[in-house]
Design a protein around this ligand. Structure first.
Ligand code: BG6
Length: 508
Protein backbone atom coordinates (compact mmCIF):
# COMPACT_ATOMS: atom_id res chain seq x y z
CA UNK A 1 0.00 0.00 0.00
CA UNK A 2 1.41 3.40 -0.85
CA UNK A 3 1.95 5.81 2.03
CA UNK A 4 -0.52 8.20 0.40
CA UNK A 5 -3.20 5.56 0.91
CA UNK A 6 -2.14 4.99 4.50
CA UNK A 7 -1.98 8.29 6.36
CA UNK A 8 -1.33 6.60 9.70
CA UNK A 9 1.81 4.91 8.43
CA UNK A 10 2.91 8.14 6.80
CA UNK A 11 2.59 9.96 10.12
CA UNK A 12 4.60 7.27 11.90
CA UNK A 13 7.33 7.34 9.26
CA UNK A 14 7.79 11.05 9.74
CA UNK A 15 8.50 10.49 13.41
CA UNK A 16 11.25 7.96 12.72
CA UNK A 17 14.55 9.52 13.70
CA UNK A 18 17.03 10.16 10.93
CA UNK A 19 19.88 7.79 11.78
CA UNK A 20 23.22 7.75 10.01
CA UNK A 21 24.22 4.53 8.22
CA UNK A 22 27.63 2.83 8.63
CA UNK A 23 30.23 5.59 8.57
CA UNK A 24 33.15 7.39 10.16
CA UNK A 25 34.44 10.93 10.56
CA UNK A 26 38.04 12.05 10.17
CA UNK A 27 38.84 15.40 11.78
CA UNK A 28 41.89 17.36 10.65
CA UNK A 29 42.85 19.94 13.24
CA UNK A 30 41.48 17.80 16.02
CA UNK A 31 43.48 19.59 18.72
CA UNK A 32 41.87 22.96 17.94
CA UNK A 33 39.26 24.82 19.93
CA UNK A 34 36.38 24.14 17.59
CA UNK A 35 37.01 20.44 17.70
CA UNK A 36 37.22 20.33 21.48
CA UNK A 37 34.31 22.63 22.24
CA UNK A 38 31.89 21.77 19.45
CA UNK A 39 32.74 18.81 17.22
CA UNK A 40 33.69 16.12 19.76
CA UNK A 41 30.75 16.94 22.08
CA UNK A 42 28.38 16.96 19.08
CA UNK A 43 29.55 13.48 18.04
CA UNK A 44 28.97 12.21 21.57
CA UNK A 45 25.53 13.88 21.78
CA UNK A 46 24.53 12.24 18.50
CA UNK A 47 25.70 8.86 19.80
CA UNK A 48 23.84 9.44 23.04
CA UNK A 49 20.64 10.21 21.13
CA UNK A 50 21.05 6.92 19.23
CA UNK A 51 21.57 8.68 15.90
CA UNK A 52 24.94 7.15 15.01
CA UNK A 53 25.47 3.57 13.80
CA UNK A 54 26.92 1.11 16.35
CA UNK A 55 30.29 0.92 14.54
CA UNK A 56 30.68 4.68 14.08
CA UNK A 57 34.37 5.63 14.14
CA UNK A 58 36.13 8.90 14.86
CA UNK A 59 39.64 9.48 13.58
CA UNK A 60 41.75 12.40 14.75
CA UNK A 61 44.66 13.68 12.66
CA UNK A 62 47.10 16.22 14.12
CA UNK A 63 50.72 16.95 14.85
CA UNK A 64 50.87 15.37 18.29
CA UNK A 65 52.80 12.47 19.61
CA UNK A 66 49.65 10.67 20.74
CA UNK A 67 48.49 7.07 20.87
CA UNK A 68 44.82 6.16 20.38
CA UNK A 69 44.30 6.19 24.18
CA UNK A 70 45.62 9.75 24.49
CA UNK A 71 43.19 10.92 21.83
CA UNK A 72 40.39 9.03 23.52
CA UNK A 73 41.20 10.81 26.79
CA UNK A 74 41.08 14.23 25.09
CA UNK A 75 37.68 13.44 23.57
CA UNK A 76 36.51 12.12 26.94
CA UNK A 77 37.51 15.36 28.69
CA UNK A 78 35.89 17.54 26.07
CA UNK A 79 32.68 15.50 26.19
CA UNK A 80 32.57 15.72 29.98
CA UNK A 81 33.04 19.46 29.83
CA UNK A 82 31.00 20.52 26.81
CA UNK A 83 28.46 17.85 25.81
CA UNK A 84 24.81 18.88 25.93
CA UNK A 85 23.41 15.53 27.03
CA UNK A 86 24.32 13.57 30.18
CA UNK A 87 27.38 11.33 30.23
CA UNK A 88 26.50 7.66 29.92
CA UNK A 89 29.22 5.08 30.40
CA UNK A 90 27.80 2.53 27.93
CA UNK A 91 27.49 5.13 25.13
CA UNK A 92 31.00 6.30 25.80
CA UNK A 93 32.42 2.76 25.78
CA UNK A 94 30.91 1.99 22.39
CA UNK A 95 32.02 5.31 20.88
CA UNK A 96 35.50 5.11 22.44
CA UNK A 97 36.09 1.68 20.89
CA UNK A 98 35.97 3.32 17.44
CA UNK A 99 38.45 6.13 18.12
CA UNK A 100 41.80 6.23 16.36
CA UNK A 101 44.56 8.81 16.19
CA UNK A 102 46.89 9.39 13.27
CA UNK A 103 49.89 11.60 14.13
CA UNK A 104 51.36 13.67 11.35
CA UNK A 105 51.74 16.93 9.51
CA UNK A 106 49.71 17.71 6.44
CA UNK A 107 52.45 17.30 3.83
CA UNK A 108 53.68 14.00 5.26
CA UNK A 109 52.93 11.18 2.80
CA UNK A 110 53.58 8.50 5.39
CA UNK A 111 50.96 9.99 7.70
CA UNK A 112 48.37 9.92 4.92
CA UNK A 113 49.33 6.31 4.12
CA UNK A 114 48.73 5.54 7.83
CA UNK A 115 45.38 7.31 7.63
CA UNK A 116 44.46 5.17 4.65
CA UNK A 117 45.30 1.92 6.41
CA UNK A 118 43.48 3.11 9.57
CA UNK A 119 40.34 3.64 7.49
CA UNK A 120 40.71 0.20 5.90
CA UNK A 121 41.13 -1.39 9.34
CA UNK A 122 37.99 0.38 10.58
CA UNK A 123 36.06 -0.85 7.56
CA UNK A 124 36.87 -4.43 8.50
CA UNK A 125 36.81 -4.17 12.31
CA UNK A 126 33.89 -1.73 12.77
CA UNK A 127 31.92 -2.12 9.54
CA UNK A 128 32.21 1.52 8.45
CA UNK A 129 31.63 0.35 4.88
CA UNK A 130 34.15 2.72 3.28
CA UNK A 131 31.92 5.73 4.12
CA UNK A 132 34.01 8.58 5.51
CA UNK A 133 33.64 12.32 5.88
CA UNK A 134 36.81 14.42 6.13
CA UNK A 135 36.32 17.47 8.33
CA UNK A 136 38.82 20.26 7.60
CA UNK A 137 38.88 22.19 10.86
CA UNK A 138 42.24 23.76 9.98
CA UNK A 139 43.45 27.27 9.08
CA UNK A 140 42.54 27.98 5.44
CA UNK A 141 46.18 28.08 4.33
CA UNK A 142 46.27 24.30 4.84
CA UNK A 143 43.11 23.53 2.83
CA UNK A 144 44.91 22.97 -0.51
CA UNK A 145 47.57 20.67 1.01
CA UNK A 146 45.07 18.51 2.89
CA UNK A 147 42.78 18.26 -0.13
CA UNK A 148 45.62 17.36 -2.45
CA UNK A 149 46.91 14.74 -0.03
CA UNK A 150 43.44 13.18 0.14
CA UNK A 151 43.45 12.97 -3.63
CA UNK A 152 47.01 11.72 -3.94
CA UNK A 153 46.38 8.92 -1.45
CA UNK A 154 43.05 8.08 -3.09
CA UNK A 155 41.20 8.83 0.11
CA UNK A 156 38.78 11.09 -1.75
CA UNK A 157 37.85 8.24 -4.13
CA UNK A 158 34.87 6.38 -2.73
CA UNK A 159 35.17 2.62 -3.16
CA UNK A 160 32.19 1.15 -5.08
CA UNK A 161 28.91 1.53 -3.21
CA UNK A 162 30.33 3.90 -0.58
CA UNK A 163 30.82 7.65 -0.19
CA UNK A 164 33.58 10.14 0.65
CA UNK A 165 32.67 13.70 1.63
CA UNK A 166 34.57 16.88 2.52
CA UNK A 167 33.40 19.20 5.27
CA UNK A 168 34.94 22.65 5.09
CA UNK A 169 34.91 25.10 7.98
CA UNK A 170 34.85 28.81 7.35
CA UNK A 171 36.44 31.09 6.39
CA UNK A 172 35.92 30.22 2.73
CA UNK A 173 38.50 32.70 1.57
CA UNK A 174 38.86 36.36 2.56
CA UNK A 175 37.47 37.91 -0.63
CA UNK A 176 35.86 36.85 -3.89
CA UNK A 177 39.12 35.93 -5.64
CA UNK A 178 40.41 33.74 -2.80
CA UNK A 179 37.00 32.05 -2.42
CA UNK A 180 36.92 31.25 -6.13
CA UNK A 181 40.42 29.81 -5.92
CA UNK A 182 39.48 27.71 -2.88
CA UNK A 183 36.37 26.41 -4.61
CA UNK A 184 38.48 25.50 -7.65
CA UNK A 185 40.85 23.47 -5.49
CA UNK A 186 38.03 21.76 -3.58
CA UNK A 187 36.21 20.80 -6.76
CA UNK A 188 39.38 19.30 -8.25
CA UNK A 189 39.21 16.74 -5.48
CA UNK A 190 35.52 16.33 -4.54
CA UNK A 191 32.34 16.55 -6.60
CA UNK A 192 30.12 19.53 -5.75
CA UNK A 193 27.52 17.24 -4.16
CA UNK A 194 30.17 15.77 -1.82
CA UNK A 195 31.32 19.14 -0.44
CA UNK A 196 29.66 20.43 2.73
CA UNK A 197 30.55 24.01 3.70
CA UNK A 198 29.71 24.71 7.32
CA UNK A 199 27.79 27.84 8.24
CA UNK A 200 26.80 26.79 11.73
CA UNK A 201 24.03 29.42 11.92
CA UNK A 202 22.02 27.33 9.46
CA UNK A 203 22.18 24.43 11.93
CA UNK A 204 20.46 26.48 14.66
CA UNK A 205 16.81 25.55 15.33
CA UNK A 206 15.73 29.18 15.45
CA UNK A 207 17.26 29.83 12.04
CA UNK A 208 15.50 26.84 10.48
CA UNK A 209 12.34 28.13 12.12
CA UNK A 210 12.44 31.20 9.86
CA UNK A 211 11.26 28.87 7.09
CA UNK A 212 8.49 27.44 9.27
CA UNK A 213 7.35 30.87 10.43
CA UNK A 214 7.17 32.26 6.92
CA UNK A 215 5.95 29.32 4.88
CA UNK A 216 3.85 27.19 7.25
CA UNK A 217 1.61 30.07 8.32
CA UNK A 218 -0.75 32.44 6.58
CA UNK A 219 -0.70 35.46 8.86
CA UNK A 220 2.84 36.76 8.31
CA UNK A 221 3.58 36.42 4.62
CA UNK A 222 0.93 38.91 3.39
CA UNK A 223 2.74 41.62 5.42
CA UNK A 224 6.25 40.49 4.49
CA UNK A 225 6.94 43.12 1.82
CA UNK A 226 7.52 46.77 1.01
CA UNK A 227 3.85 47.68 1.48
CA UNK A 228 4.03 47.03 5.23
CA UNK A 229 7.67 46.63 6.27
CA UNK A 230 9.61 49.80 7.07
CA UNK A 231 12.99 48.15 7.51
CA UNK A 232 14.72 45.04 8.83
CA UNK A 233 17.49 44.95 11.44
CA UNK A 234 19.70 41.89 11.74
CA UNK A 235 21.88 41.97 14.83
CA UNK A 236 24.55 39.56 16.00
CA UNK A 237 26.02 41.01 19.18
CA UNK A 238 28.59 39.25 21.32
CA UNK A 239 29.80 40.20 24.76
CA UNK A 240 33.08 38.27 24.42
CA UNK A 241 36.30 39.71 23.01
CA UNK A 242 38.53 37.81 20.62
CA UNK A 243 39.83 35.49 23.34
CA UNK A 244 42.72 33.37 22.11
CA UNK A 245 41.86 33.82 18.43
CA UNK A 246 44.18 36.72 17.58
CA UNK A 247 45.93 34.69 14.87
CA UNK A 248 42.70 34.10 13.00
CA UNK A 249 40.88 37.35 13.72
CA UNK A 250 43.44 40.11 13.23
CA UNK A 251 43.34 41.30 9.64
CA UNK A 252 40.00 39.50 9.10
CA UNK A 253 37.63 41.46 11.32
CA UNK A 254 33.93 41.37 12.13
CA UNK A 255 32.48 41.86 8.65
CA UNK A 256 34.47 39.04 7.06
CA UNK A 257 34.07 36.86 10.14
CA UNK A 258 30.29 36.91 10.35
CA UNK A 259 28.54 39.34 7.97
CA UNK A 260 29.83 37.57 4.84
CA UNK A 261 28.41 34.26 6.05
CA UNK A 262 26.01 34.14 9.04
CA UNK A 263 24.30 37.51 8.60
CA UNK A 264 23.92 37.32 4.82
CA UNK A 265 22.46 33.83 5.22
CA UNK A 266 19.97 35.21 7.76
CA UNK A 267 19.12 37.99 5.33
CA UNK A 268 18.64 35.46 2.51
CA UNK A 269 16.26 33.29 4.57
CA UNK A 270 14.31 36.34 5.73
CA UNK A 271 13.97 37.94 2.31
CA UNK A 272 13.84 35.07 -0.20
CA UNK A 273 10.74 33.85 -2.01
CA UNK A 274 9.11 30.54 -1.09
CA UNK A 275 11.21 27.68 -2.47
CA UNK A 276 9.46 25.02 -4.55
CA UNK A 277 10.62 22.42 -1.99
CA UNK A 278 13.05 22.26 0.90
CA UNK A 279 15.72 20.29 -0.90
CA UNK A 280 19.17 21.79 -1.26
CA UNK A 281 18.79 22.76 -4.91
CA UNK A 282 15.48 24.59 -4.47
CA UNK A 283 16.74 26.43 -1.38
CA UNK A 284 19.97 27.50 -3.04
CA UNK A 285 18.02 28.75 -6.05
CA UNK A 286 15.92 31.08 -3.90
CA UNK A 287 18.74 32.20 -1.60
CA UNK A 288 20.93 32.97 -4.56
CA UNK A 289 18.18 34.86 -6.35
CA UNK A 290 17.73 37.24 -3.42
CA UNK A 291 21.48 37.57 -2.78
CA UNK A 292 21.85 38.53 -6.43
CA UNK A 293 19.30 41.29 -5.88
CA UNK A 294 21.19 42.72 -2.88
CA UNK A 295 22.71 46.13 -3.56
CA UNK A 296 25.09 48.27 -1.56
CA UNK A 297 24.22 51.97 -1.19
CA UNK A 298 26.35 54.27 -3.34
CA UNK A 299 27.78 56.32 -0.50
CA UNK A 300 29.57 53.75 1.66
CA UNK A 301 30.91 56.47 3.94
CA UNK A 302 27.36 57.26 5.09
CA UNK A 303 25.89 53.77 5.11
CA UNK A 304 28.59 51.56 6.61
CA UNK A 305 30.40 51.82 9.93
CA UNK A 306 33.27 49.93 11.47
CA UNK A 307 34.49 50.08 15.02
CA UNK A 308 37.10 48.62 17.31
CA UNK A 309 36.58 48.00 21.02
CA UNK A 310 38.55 50.00 23.56
CA UNK A 311 39.03 49.00 27.20
CA UNK A 312 35.90 49.07 29.33
CA UNK A 313 33.83 47.19 31.86
CA UNK A 314 31.96 44.01 31.19
CA UNK A 315 30.18 41.73 33.60
CA UNK A 316 31.64 43.69 36.50
CA UNK A 317 35.24 43.35 35.43
CA UNK A 318 37.65 45.53 33.53
CA UNK A 319 38.45 44.21 30.06
CA UNK A 320 41.28 45.28 27.76
CA UNK A 321 40.80 47.03 24.43
CA UNK A 322 41.36 45.16 21.18
CA UNK A 323 44.79 46.72 20.65
CA UNK A 324 45.90 45.51 24.09
CA UNK A 325 44.81 41.90 23.47
CA UNK A 326 47.58 39.31 23.31
CA UNK A 327 48.88 38.73 19.81
CA UNK A 328 47.30 41.84 18.27
CA UNK A 329 49.37 44.33 16.33
CA UNK A 330 49.10 47.53 18.46
CA UNK A 331 48.50 49.46 15.25
CA UNK A 332 45.85 47.06 13.93
CA UNK A 333 42.96 48.52 11.92
CA UNK A 334 40.85 45.39 12.21
CA UNK A 335 37.12 45.96 12.74
CA UNK A 336 35.53 44.29 15.77
CA UNK A 337 32.23 46.02 14.98
CA UNK A 338 30.62 46.38 11.57
CA UNK A 339 27.31 47.79 10.40
CA UNK A 340 26.12 47.85 6.81
CA UNK A 341 22.96 49.05 5.09
CA UNK A 342 21.79 46.92 2.19
CA UNK A 343 18.94 47.32 -0.28
CA UNK A 344 17.22 44.56 -2.19
CA UNK A 345 16.30 45.36 -5.77
CA UNK A 346 13.15 43.38 -6.35
CA UNK A 347 9.40 43.93 -6.32
CA UNK A 348 8.97 42.65 -2.77
CA UNK A 349 11.68 44.72 -1.09
CA UNK A 350 12.41 47.81 -3.23
CA UNK A 351 13.06 50.73 -0.87
CA UNK A 352 13.17 48.63 2.33
CA UNK A 353 16.62 48.88 3.95
CA UNK A 354 18.15 45.86 5.65
CA UNK A 355 20.54 47.00 8.38
CA UNK A 356 23.10 44.39 9.43
CA UNK A 357 25.34 44.85 12.47
CA UNK A 358 27.69 42.72 14.49
CA UNK A 359 30.31 43.30 17.13
CA UNK A 360 32.43 41.87 19.88
CA UNK A 361 32.37 43.24 23.43
CA UNK A 362 28.92 44.76 23.03
CA UNK A 363 26.29 45.23 25.73
CA UNK A 364 25.20 41.62 25.74
CA UNK A 365 25.11 38.45 23.65
CA UNK A 366 22.10 38.49 21.38
CA UNK A 367 21.29 37.51 17.81
CA UNK A 368 17.96 38.60 16.38
CA UNK A 369 16.14 39.53 13.20
CA UNK A 370 13.71 42.40 13.71
CA UNK A 371 11.15 43.08 10.99
CA UNK A 372 9.97 46.60 11.79
CA UNK A 373 6.63 47.63 10.29
CA UNK A 374 5.49 51.00 9.01
CA UNK A 375 3.36 53.22 11.20
CA UNK A 376 -0.39 53.22 10.58
CA UNK A 377 -1.05 55.47 7.58
CA UNK A 378 -3.40 57.60 9.66
CA UNK A 379 -3.80 57.94 13.43
CA UNK A 380 -7.27 58.79 14.74
CA UNK A 381 -5.83 59.25 18.26
CA UNK A 382 -4.54 62.38 19.96
CA UNK A 383 -0.82 62.76 19.45
CA UNK A 384 -0.31 62.84 23.23
CA UNK A 385 -2.06 59.47 23.60
CA UNK A 386 0.31 57.73 21.18
CA UNK A 387 3.51 59.34 22.40
CA UNK A 388 4.75 56.00 23.72
CA UNK A 389 3.64 53.97 20.74
CA UNK A 390 6.54 52.71 18.63
CA UNK A 391 6.43 50.80 15.39
CA UNK A 392 4.99 47.28 15.24
CA UNK A 393 7.74 44.69 15.05
CA UNK A 394 8.20 40.98 14.68
CA UNK A 395 11.44 39.84 16.25
CA UNK A 396 12.94 36.41 15.62
CA UNK A 397 15.10 35.81 18.67
CA UNK A 398 17.83 33.51 17.35
CA UNK A 399 19.71 33.37 20.66
CA UNK A 400 20.19 33.17 23.57
CA UNK A 401 16.56 33.56 24.59
CA UNK A 402 15.15 31.56 21.64
CA UNK A 403 11.71 32.51 20.43
CA UNK A 404 9.65 35.12 18.63
CA UNK A 405 8.27 38.41 19.92
CA UNK A 406 5.56 40.51 18.35
CA UNK A 407 5.34 44.14 19.45
CA UNK A 408 2.18 46.17 18.98
CA UNK A 409 0.26 49.00 20.60
CA UNK A 410 -2.37 48.48 23.27
CA UNK A 411 -4.63 50.71 25.34
CA UNK A 412 -3.34 51.44 28.80
CA UNK A 413 -6.10 50.56 31.31
CA UNK A 414 -7.76 53.73 32.58
CA UNK A 415 -10.08 56.50 31.60
CA UNK A 416 -8.05 57.94 28.72
CA UNK A 417 -7.12 56.44 25.35
CA UNK A 418 -3.41 56.25 26.02
CA UNK A 419 -1.65 53.67 23.84
CA UNK A 420 1.60 51.99 24.66
CA UNK A 421 3.76 49.18 23.19
CA UNK A 422 3.21 45.66 24.52
CA UNK A 423 4.73 42.36 23.46
CA UNK A 424 3.45 38.87 22.78
CA UNK A 425 6.04 36.15 23.20
CA UNK A 426 6.68 32.65 21.98
CA UNK A 427 9.53 30.99 23.89
CA UNK A 428 10.91 27.62 22.83
CA UNK A 429 11.48 26.59 26.43
CA UNK A 430 7.80 27.09 27.31
CA UNK A 431 6.20 25.64 24.18
CA UNK A 432 8.24 22.49 23.63
CA UNK A 433 9.49 19.80 25.94
CA UNK A 434 12.23 18.81 23.49
CA UNK A 435 15.43 20.77 23.98
CA UNK A 436 17.17 22.16 20.90
CA UNK A 437 20.16 20.22 19.59
CA UNK A 438 23.38 22.15 19.07
CA UNK A 439 23.91 23.38 15.52
CA UNK A 440 26.91 21.08 15.06
CA UNK A 441 24.91 17.98 16.01
CA UNK A 442 22.43 18.67 13.26
CA UNK A 443 25.10 19.54 10.71
CA UNK A 444 27.37 16.54 11.38
CA UNK A 445 24.37 14.21 11.17
CA UNK A 446 23.34 15.82 7.88
CA UNK A 447 26.83 15.29 6.46
CA UNK A 448 26.70 11.59 7.38
CA UNK A 449 23.24 11.36 5.79
CA UNK A 450 24.36 13.28 2.69
CA UNK A 451 21.66 15.89 3.24
CA UNK A 452 22.91 19.26 1.94
CA UNK A 453 19.89 21.50 2.67
CA UNK A 454 21.61 23.41 5.46
CA UNK A 455 24.94 23.97 3.72
CA UNK A 456 25.70 27.00 1.54
CA UNK A 457 26.73 26.25 -2.03
CA UNK A 458 29.83 27.82 -3.55
CA UNK A 459 27.73 30.27 -5.62
CA UNK A 460 26.22 31.73 -2.42
CA UNK A 461 29.64 32.01 -0.81
CA UNK A 462 31.06 33.78 -3.84
CA UNK A 463 28.09 36.13 -4.18
CA UNK A 464 28.39 37.06 -0.50
CA UNK A 465 32.01 38.06 -1.01
CA UNK A 466 31.00 40.05 -4.06
CA UNK A 467 28.61 42.02 -1.83
CA UNK A 468 31.17 42.60 0.93
CA UNK A 469 34.37 43.21 -1.08
CA UNK A 470 33.58 46.87 -2.01
CA UNK A 471 32.92 47.64 1.68
CA UNK A 472 36.24 46.14 2.74
CA UNK A 473 38.04 48.03 -0.05
CA UNK A 474 36.36 51.27 0.98
CA UNK A 475 37.35 50.77 4.63
CA UNK A 476 40.89 49.85 3.66
CA UNK A 477 41.21 53.16 1.83
CA UNK A 478 39.55 55.30 4.52
CA UNK A 479 41.22 55.69 7.89
CA UNK A 480 40.75 53.62 11.00
CA UNK A 481 37.80 51.98 12.73
CA UNK A 482 36.07 54.18 15.29
CA UNK A 483 36.79 53.14 18.88
CA UNK A 484 33.91 52.16 21.17
CA UNK A 485 34.04 51.34 24.85
CA UNK A 486 33.73 47.65 25.67
CA UNK A 487 30.33 46.85 27.13
CA UNK A 488 28.49 49.53 25.12
CA UNK A 489 26.46 49.14 21.90
CA UNK A 490 29.19 50.15 19.46
CA UNK A 491 30.54 53.36 17.94
CA UNK A 492 28.50 56.51 17.85
CA UNK A 493 28.80 56.58 14.06
CA UNK A 494 26.53 53.54 13.95
CA UNK A 495 23.76 55.45 15.74
CA UNK A 496 24.30 58.39 13.42
CA UNK A 497 24.10 56.10 10.40
CA UNK A 498 20.54 55.10 11.32
CA UNK A 499 19.58 58.55 12.61
CA UNK A 500 20.30 59.94 9.14
CA UNK A 501 17.57 57.60 7.85
CA UNK A 502 15.22 58.72 10.65
CA UNK A 503 15.58 55.38 12.47
CA UNK A 504 17.40 53.94 15.46
CA UNK A 505 18.94 50.61 16.41
CA UNK A 506 17.04 48.39 18.75
CA UNK A 507 18.53 47.94 22.22
CA UNK A 508 17.76 44.26 22.70
C1 BG6 B 1 31.85 32.15 14.48
C2 BG6 B 1 32.75 33.36 14.49
O1 BG6 B 1 31.51 31.81 13.17
O2 BG6 B 1 30.67 32.43 15.21
C3 BG6 B 1 33.06 33.78 15.91
O3 BG6 B 1 33.97 33.04 13.82
C4 BG6 B 1 31.78 33.95 16.71
O4 BG6 B 1 33.82 34.99 15.91
C5 BG6 B 1 30.90 32.72 16.58
O5 BG6 B 1 32.13 34.16 18.07
C6 BG6 B 1 29.58 32.92 17.27
O6 BG6 B 1 28.82 31.75 17.22
P1 BG6 B 1 27.54 31.58 18.15
O7 BG6 B 1 26.93 30.29 17.70
O8 BG6 B 1 28.05 31.56 19.57
O9 BG6 B 1 26.68 32.76 17.89
Amino acid sequence: MSSAANPLRDAQDRRLPRIAGPSGLVIFGVTGDLSRKKLMPAVYDLANRGLLPPGFSLVGFARRDWEDQDFCQVVHDSVKQYARTPFREEVWRQLGAGMRFVPGVFDDDEAFARLKSTIQDLDSSRGTGGNFAFYLSVPPKFFPTVLQQLKKHELSDAPDGSWRRAVIEKPFGHDLASAQELNRVVHQVFRQSDVFRIDHYLGKETVQNILALRFANTMFEPLWNRSYVDHVQITMAEDIGIGGRAGYYDGIGAARDVIQNHLLQLLALTAMEEPSSFDAKALVTEKLKVLNAVRLPKDLGRHTVRGQYAAGWQGGRKVPGYLEEEGIDPDSRTDTYAAVKLEIDNRRWAGVPFYLRTGKRLGRRVTEIAVVFQRAPYSPFDATDTRELGQNALVIRVQPDEGITIRFGSKVPGTSMEIRDVTMDFAYGESFTESSPEAYERLILDVLLGDANLFPRHQEVERSWEILDPVEEFWEAHGRPEPYTAGTWGPQAADEMLARDGRSWRRP
